[in-house]
Design a protein around this ligand. Structure first.
Ligand SMILES: [Fe+2]
Length: 144
């Protein structure tokens, strides 16, 4: 159970960082196809942000505290910070790589959750994996 709580916190911090990066790209993307990329990143950040409160409250329901400060996020997240303004295709490629990282982390959390018999939490995590699979498709299709 402790391992599950720890992994869930890492997943949460990574999910929040992923959300922030998608929002960053939504705001700062530039170029001839601005609107297409602005909307792509917009759809992703909105979907992920929409899951954050539920995710946090599910962590509280497991009996753990929610990491919710820049210090805690940077200590726990698996998503590397991006401070440069990248060309649009590089933004997409970077977010695709991060999406794959997130998916792997969620898979680990899912397995730990099943081992702990926390099927409700597993169900939530499975939903997040599904959502990220769709984000992966959109990002990958954009790069072709
Ligand atoms: Fe916006």
């Amino acid at each position: 159970m402790d391992e599950l709580k720890k992994a869930a916190k890492i997943a949460f911090a990574s999910e929040f960082s992923f959300y922030l990066k998608a929002h960053n790209f939504h705001w700062n993307v530039e170029g001839i196809h601005f609107l297409q990329f602005h909307d792509l990143f917009g759809n992703i950040y909105e979907e992920v942000y929409g899951s954050i409160d539920d995710f946090a409250e599910k962590i509280r329901s497991l009996g753990a505290y929610v990491p919710a400060s820049y210090t805690r996020f940077s200590a726990l997240t698996a998503i590397e910070d991006e401070t440069q303004i990248l060309p649009p295709e590089q933004m997409v490629a970077e977010l695709l790589g991060d999406n794959e990282k997130i998916t792997k982390i969620f898979k680990l959390v899912f397995d730990l959750s099943e081992q702990a018999g926390e099927h409700g939490f597993s169900d939530f995590i499975a939903g997040r994996m599904d959502a990220h699979r769709k984000h992966g498709w959109m990002l990958r299709a954009t790069l072709k």
